[in-house]
Structure formats: structure tokens, C-alpha cells
Design a protein around this ligand. Structure first.
Ligand code: FDP
Length: 329
């Protein structure tokens, strides 16, 4: 039997004696360890009273209702990253950047708990992170270190708290899947250099919004629905968990596309997903797995952010299908 590769050994080999890489390895290890604690809380479900309850009357920085577990997850990640070389943390749950380590050389953006509308439904939720290098001499305004197009990421990933706790991670050299082994407490490398199939017959979208969409998106879905009798000449299947991490993991496993377009509803002009801590990390993972990620037309990783919490229409997954969607725009 071949020897198991743990996250620790993988990161040790990847980082070697490189201090920049070692900083990234420390941060990812900390996030993964915090994730194990968050997974335990999620698994206790209704026994952990109040985790799905809405906290206070104010929405979070992104404008969504804040659940108790959103806040607990942010606290856990913040505490885990404190001893690492992370200078600043940007989080969906905090309006401003959170200063951590004055000597840090990384800025990290997180969605501490993606899919929070699913907390009390026993459906997978997760944590998403994006890691950028930080140099205090260059980024005299730390916000400028976060407000960079996603091509500047050095690592990104997400944890999904489902039947298994998994970590999908990239360090710019392919996309790897680690699974948390509850018996040993270690994350074990389960799939290396994941490849999302270029072609697919499966799409994921909240189709109840069809009347709010612009013409290109309605036309694309109408053609999928027409199946083999329509212009696409093949039958499609639809899957929508409504937790992006869960939908993403399915796409990393068997292909497909995730689509959240902008629509006519107030506040949804640029879709629902946040560029810096949702779209960018997933786009990096997707490209590293030979897939593609756009806002419909433009590559996500090339987009210049203008606000920490800005939203962006998001299409990612099987490359040929993402390109097909772009052709409708
Ligand atoms: P949530 O608000 O529950 O955190 O990140 C936003 C997100 O979930 C995605 O995980 C999910 O794919 C999407 O919103 C679901 O949106 P709808 O409720 O509009 O379907």
C-alpha cells in the first residue's frame, strides 16, 4: 500500500526552506485546524442551540443577515491565524480589515461560513480562503494589498463540512483534495491534480430567478432545457445545493457549471457572490483544475476589485461550457 500523504507532509515538501511558502503553509494549516473545530460545531447541528439563529438586527458587511455560526466561525479563524505570519484578515463578517500580526507577510480574505442559509438544514456548508502576499513597505495602505485582481493570489481553497470534511486547495501548482481522517485527526491527500472535465451536461443555477435575468442567461438556460431537441443537441441535468462549496465540490468531482448571474432585483445587479473571498479563490482553484471562471464574459482573476465586499456575477466549472455561456453574452 502506498504511503498516505498528509497535509503537513504535503506542505512541508512544497514549502521546503522558502520563507514565503512557509508562511503560506502555516496559514493554511491554521485554517484547516480551525475548520475541524467548525466542522464539529456544524455536526452537532440542532444540539448546538442557536447556531442558525440570526444575530442582532444588522446585516453583515456584505449586506446579508448574520447567523450566530457566521460569527463563531470568523472568531475561530481569526484566533487560529493570530500566531501565523498573517498581517491582515478581510472577512465577510467584518466591514474593515482585521489587523493580526504586525510583522506578517500575508493578507488573507475569508468567507468564514459559506452557505449560511443551510446551517439548520443538515446540508454542507464551508469556509473559503484567498491568500495574497503582503509587503508593508509597498502596501502602505493595507486595503490596497487586498484590492488586487485574483491573479495575485498565492494560494486559495475551501473546506466543506459535509459527510466528510474536505479541503480543496491550490498553491498555484494544480488543485489538490484532502480529506479529514477522523481517526487520526489528519488531513490526508485524496486526489492530486484534479481535472474538471471540459465538457458537461450538468448546470447549477437558482432557476427560480429566471424572470429577473437578462436575455443572455435566460437564452442559455432555455437552450439547456430544450435538451436534445434544442440547439445544444443534448439533454441536461440540473443540480443546485445552494451552498457554493458543495456545488463547487461536485464540479471538482464530475464537472458541471455553477452560475449566479446578476439580475434585476435590487441588490442583485452584480449577482450574489463576493469577488474577493468567494469568486477569486474558487476561480483560482478552478483554473488550476483546468476549468474556467468568468463573470459571464470576463475572466474573474483579471477583475480589478473596487470594494472589499463587492459582488460579482459568477460562472465557473467545465471550460467548454463556461465558454459556451460567454458566447450568449
Ligand atoms: P449563502 O448566502 O447561504 O452563504 O455565498 C452566497 C451563497 O450562500 C452561496 O453559497 C450559494 O450558492 C448562494 O448564496 C445561494 O443563493 P440563493 O439563496 O439565491 O440560491
Amino acid at each position: 500500500m502506498s504511503e498516505l500523504v498528509t497535509l503537513k507532509t504535503y506542505l512541508g515538501t512544497w514549502a521546503g526552506a522558502d520563507t514565503g511558502r512557509t508562511a503560506v503553509a502555516q496559514a493554511v494549516t491554521a485554517i484547516a485546524e480551525a475548520g475541524v473545530g467548525i466542522a464539529d460545531l456544524v455536526a452537532r447541528g440542532p444540539l448546538e442551540e442557536g447556531l442558525a439563529s440570526i444575530r442582532g438586527i444588522d446585516p453583515n458587511a456584505g449586506g446579508d443577515a448574520q447567523k450566530e455560526l457566521d460569527v463563531v466561525a470568523e472568531e475561530r479563524i481569526k484566533a487560529a491565524l493570530l500566531p501565523t505570519p498573517t498581517a491582515f484578515l478581510a472577512s465577510e463578517e467584518s466591514e474593515e480589515l482585521i489587523p493580526l500580526n504586525p510583522d506578517g507577510r500575508l493578507v488573507i480574505a475569508v468567507d468564514p461560513l459559506d452557505g449560511s442559509s443551510n446551517i439548520d438544514t443538515n446540508v454542507s456548508v464551508g469556509t473559503i480562503y484567498s491568500i495574497l502576499p503582503y509587503d508593508a513597505a509597498v502596501h502602505t495602505d493595507p486595503v490596497s494589498a487586498v484590492m488586487r485582481p485574483g491573479v495575485n493570489q498565492v494560494a486559495s481553497g475551501f473546506l466543506a463540512y459535509g459527510p466528510a470534511t474536505i479541503l480543496v486547495a491550490t498553491f498555484g501548482e494544480g488543485t489538490q483534495v484532502f480529506v479529514h481522517d477522523r481517526q487520526t485527526g489528519e488531513f490526508v491527500l485524496a486526489r492530486t491534480n484534479v481535472e474538471i472535465p471540459a465538457e458537461t451536461k450538468e448546470y447549477g443555477v437558482n432557476q427560480s430567478n429566471v424572470r429577473h435575468w437578462a436575455e443572455p442567461m435566460s437564452a442559455y438556460i432555455a437552450d439547456c432545457l430544450a435538451g436534445k431537441d434544442g440547439p445544444r443537441g443534448k439533454d441536461f441535468n440540473m443540480r443546485w445545493v445552494g451552498s457554493m462549496v458543495a456545488d463547487a465540490f461536485r464540479i471538482f468531482t464530475r464537472g458541471g457549471v455553477y452560475v449566479y448571474p446578476g439580475d434585476k432585483r435590487k441588490g442583485y445587479e452584480n449577482g450574489r457572490l463576493r469577488l474577493i473571498y468567494e469568486a477569486n479563490p474558487v476561480a483560482f482553484l478552478t483554473e488550476q483544475a483546468k476549468g474556467a471562471a468568468t463573470d459571464g464574459k470576463t475572466r474573474i482573476l483579471d477583475i480589478q476589485p473596487h470594494h472589499i465586499h463587492q459582488r460579482i456575477p459568477l460562472v465557473f466549472g467545465s471550460k467548454a461550457e463556461v465558454e459556451k455561456i460567454a458566447s450568449y453574452y
